[in-house]
Design a protein around this ligand. Structure first.
Ligand code: SAM
Length: 328
């Protein structure tokens, strides 16, 4: 039943994205961003398209009823359309975070934040908003407000359309997240880190984790920036490259961790989830040091099984539950 709804919403998004892309000579992904905004505004006047295209869009608008759709149907429909749109321009750092991972991270966030309510959440590389909205939808009873930052204006526009259509209070900023941020420290950070070199050496100079020579690693600077913008005792959930701790610049990072955070968990995602093993990732969970934050007796280290292997996944959940019982 749910799949029917998702399929119908996907069709609305997909058709509108195609009409807008054809009408305005845009890429499909740009068309999708405009389509999302159109369904939110419930009008077509903002789109300078020819009359025949405006009529097609008006017909689609009449069929749509986003106010009645469940937020997760809308997010999943966007996810399908984004997958289609990002196929032609594949670049690992622009890829959306799939909800298989987002749902697992949301489960972990729920466990780590326990009975806390009214939490603020930041994703400093929010892309299409898929990861941020997966968490915001799953934890809607404990998340008060979210913040997303993204350098790519098209991806951010998709995040903005999604936040509006999924009725989430979200402040979004189109900027380089490694420049100064104008947000108060948050309770929780979630981020699928962009991996690679940061080209702006002058900007990197402000960071403890800058490289001694040459370009710094953007993913290291993102971690430092995220810790800076987290409240003492707040949790950070990162998707990191598996090689994070074995790179040329990792000594400084280890030192930074020892001073600023408690490493709570490092969970390696199954390699089968990634097209290329070199791009395989882990989930790293940190807690910023603070009066009430205690280091875990034992860091949770595990290699996660394939999410499709139900029995192995149940065993892993039991292991996680056991760790929580001992630690939290
Ligand atoms: N979680 C996102 C989603 O579900 O769509 C995908 C995150 S993707 C792995 C990393 C994102 O970081 C990309 O969208 C990229 O454009 C963005 N990015 C890279 N460098 C950035 C910077 N300096 N400031 C802000 N965003 C940046």
């Amino acid at each position: 039943m749910q799949n029917d709804h998702v399929g119908q919403i996907y069709e609305l998004l997909d058709k509108a994205a195609q009409v807008i892309a054809d009408g305005l000579q845009l890429s499909y992904i740009e068309g999708l961003a405009e389509a999302g905004e159109m369904y939110f505004l419930e009008k077509t006047e903002q789109l300078p398209v020819q009359e025949k295209h405006a009529e097609q869009l008006q017909n689609l608008l009449e069929k749509a009823d986003f106010r009645t759709y469940e937020h997760e149907w809308v997010r999943k429909a966007f996810q399908l359309a984004i997958l289609k749109g990002l196929k032609d321009k594949s670049h690992p750092n622009r890829q959306m975070t799939p909800d298989t991972i987002g749902l697992f991270i949301s489960y972990l966030m729920n466990k780590f934040t326990g009975g806390q309510k009214g939490l603020t959440l930041l994703d400093p590389a929010c892309g299409t908003g898929n990861l941020l909205l997966t968490a915001a939808n799953q934890l809607s009873d404990k998340m008060a407000k979210s913040f997303g930052i993204e350098i790519d204006d098209v991806l951010l526009k998709i995040a903005y359309a999604q936040a509006n259509l999924q009725e989430k209070e979200m402040e979004l900023f189109c900027q380089d997240s490694l420049e100064p941020l104008f947000i108060d420290p948050v309770d929780t950070v979630i981020c699928d880190l962009p991996v690679g070199y940061y080209p702006n050496d002058e900007g990197a100079a402000a960071y403890e984790l800058k490289a001694d020579e040459g370009h710094s690693f953007a993913h290291h600077l993102f971690i430092e920036q995220s810790v800076k913008h987290t409240k003492p005792g707040g949790y950070l959930f990162f998707m990191i490259p598996n090689h994070l701790f074995d790179s040329a610049q990792s000594d400084k990072l280890k030192q930074f961790f020892a001073e600023k955070v408690h490493i709570n968990a490092l969970l390696q995602l199954p390699a089968s989830m990634f097209k290329d093993e070199a791009q395989a990732k882990s989930i790293l969970i940190l807690q910023k040091k603070g009066e009430t934050a205690k280091p875990p007796k034992q860091t949770l280290l595990a290699s996660l099984p394939s999410f499709a292997n139900k029995q192995a996944m149940r065993d892993m959940m039991a292991k996680l539950d056991q760790w929580f019982q001992n630690e939290k």
